[in-house]
Design a protein around this ligand. Structure first.
Ligand code: NAD
Length: 508
């Protein structure tokens, strides 16, 4: 027996969940799934072939006629049971996320909770699907509209929220009467697979939710299949752009969310302690691997800048970094070694570009987990808008401080940046805050709130290169995205039939 054979036997295999069953797929291709705290492979995930993907689509297609014919109340009841099952299994789901993603358990639970809130919103589907009715628009004539399901919908999701982002999508789609193929990130597939099992247990018939693991081959099959009617994507901007273009070209409705560079403006009148606390969580929570993380702080005025750096630096140095499943950890490892090295490379680049590295996280070592993908928090001061560390998304525990002389200079930064996902301002001045909310060119704005992720009954989406398409995730926009409107004009009139009319039909 070779030295690594006992370890190999601990590596589980993750296939697909198609037609209500676990299947291994036929591609013969696999991806490694890591435990980032330990820095070792814990699973092999199947990477679907075109044939596997077509089987998932065919199962979703076969389930569509019956599912779309169930009453909205029946579908809502499935959602109610699904909600209960997620709550019952919360610990297990959170552990799956922490073990494959590396975010700490409290954060993993919080992200499931935010996904669960979309399920709760979907429980109101009978009300949400109600159409409009106009009585007596003409003699004996009424008009009404209804929202109907589209058919098979697909979701393609990123590694950083393996529960929440899929739950932005499939509960809304399925509650609306569609069937779904979810292609989660190949980096942390266990939680999405478990969610599909739970939805089946909640009463969704086999084929209503299918999970297809894989990479580009699986995605391309979904984007080009004639049976898939809508595609929801969340991930990095280059892939978001590609998904939007390819799926649109293939006649699908598409919403495609991309990357981000979120600014937090700190006005001179802001409470520095509150701003510091907010920045610590928003920049270093989940090791900065959130599309709504704050990666740029913009203090306005020399004094605010100095105060902020003075308050932040010791806090960043003292970050409690450790195992993702240790309740004392504030920040866990990054998702993979490749990603850790990429983020570290951006810190090297910032130094080369001339930014002042106030806290250097590159040398951080986790003594008890020497193989884990850990990186300390880094803090840059005196960053400017020409530097690549400012222009590009880093997606790690690195905060850049760009100092601005006044409000106009500060708001110009998010407004002229290629991304426009989230943004925040910290101030005590209502006029400034209102002016900021009116004028800033981003989709989600926080006023004294660092991470303004809209609640499930509102809709989530950025602007500019953070979002391609025009209907956002969940909330009222989610219902619109997963349905199409049909308008019926009906005449029921006693007596003689109306005479032939060769003119334009008009209301009488
Ligand atoms: P990614 O773009 O690498 O992957 C996202 C999905 O696309 C995965 O399922 C992946 O398998 C698939 N994919 C990757 N390469 C592909 C290709 N060439 N062709 C087809 N499909 C491909 O993103 P990631 O690294 O998993 O996630 C991090 C990114 O997601 C960050 O840029 C982050 O800002 C972004 N994100 C955005 C939001 C938002 O709402 N705007 C939310 C979360 C994450």
């Amino acid at each position: 027996m070779k030295a690594d054979e006992p370890l190999k036997s601990l590596i589980k295999e993750i296939g697909h969940f198609i037609g209500g069953k676990h299947v291994s797929g036929g591609s013969g291709r696999f991806g490694d799934v890591f435990n980032p705290t330990e820095g070792r492979v814990t699973a092999r995930v199947a990477l679907a072939s075109k044939i596997d993907a077509e089987a998932a689509i065919a199962n979703a297609q076969a389930a569509f006629p019956d599912w779309s014919n169930t009453s909205p109340l029946t579908r809502a009841r499935v959602m109610f049971r699904f909600k209960e099952l997620i709550e019952k299994n919360m610990e297990e789901l959170a552990l799956m996320i922490s073990s494959e993603h590396g975010k700490v358990l409290s954060d993993a639970k919080g992200s499931i909770q935010r996904g669960l809130e979309v399920v709760e919103f979907a429980c109101g589907i009978p009300h949400l699907l109600k159409g409009e009715f106009s009585d007596s628009v003409s003699a004996g004539m009424d008009v009404f509209s209804m929202r109907q399901a589209l058919g098979v919908c697909a979701g393609i999701t990123p590694f950083n929220f393996p529960a929440m982002v899929p739950m932005w999508m499939f509960p809304m789609a399925i509650a609306c009467g569609n069937t779904f193929v979810l292609k989660p990130s190949e980096k942390d597939p266990s939680c999405p697979m478990r969610l599909a099992e739970l939805l089946l247990e909640a009463g969704a018939p086999p084929g209503v939710l299918n999970v297809l693991n894989g990479d580009k081959e699986a995605v391309d099959t979904l984007l080009t299949s004639q049976q898939v009617k809508a595609v929801s994507f969340v991930g990095s901007t280059p892939i978001a752009r590609y998904v939007f273009a390819t799926a649109s070209l293939n006649g699908k409705r598409v919403q495609s969310m991309g990357g981000a560079k979120n600014h937090m403006i700190v006005m001179p009148d802001a409470d520095i302690d509150s701003a510091t606390e907010a920045l610590m969580g928003a920049a270093y929570g989940s090791a900065g691997e959130r599309c709504m993380s704050i990666s740029v702080a913009v203090p306005v005025g020399e004094r605010t800048g100095n105060q902020l750096i003075e308050a932040m630096a010791p806090r960043v140095r003292a970050l409690k970094i450790g195992s993702s499943v240790d309740s004392a950890s504030e920040m866990g490892p990054l998702v993979t070694q490749v990603h850790r090295d990429k983020v570290k490379g951006y810190v090297d680049l910032g130094v080369k570009e001339g930014a002042s590295l106030v806290v250097d996280g590159r040398g951080y070592r986790q003594q008890d987990k020497p193989n884990g993908f850990f990186l300390g928090g880094s803090l840059f001061d005196n960053v400017n808008r020409d530097m690549r560390i400012y222009k590009e998304e880093i997606f790690g525990p690195v905060l850049s401080v760009l100092r601005a002389r006044n409000f106009e200079e500060a708001i110009a930064l998010p407004n002229e940046h290629e991304f426009g996902n989230g943004v925040a301002i910290f101030t005590r001045d209502g006029d400034v805050a209102r002016n900021f909310a009116q004028k800033v060119q981003c989709g989600m704005v926080g006023i004294n709130v660092p991470i303004p992720v809209p609640l499930s009954f509102h809709s989530f989406g950025g602007w500019k290169n953070s979002m391609f398409g025009d209907m956002n995730q969940h909330g009222p926009e989610g219902v619109r995205f997963y349905t199409r409107v049909k308008t019926v004009t009906a005449r029921w009139r006693e007596g003689v039939a109306p005479k032939a009319d060769f003119g334009m039909p008009l209301s009488r």
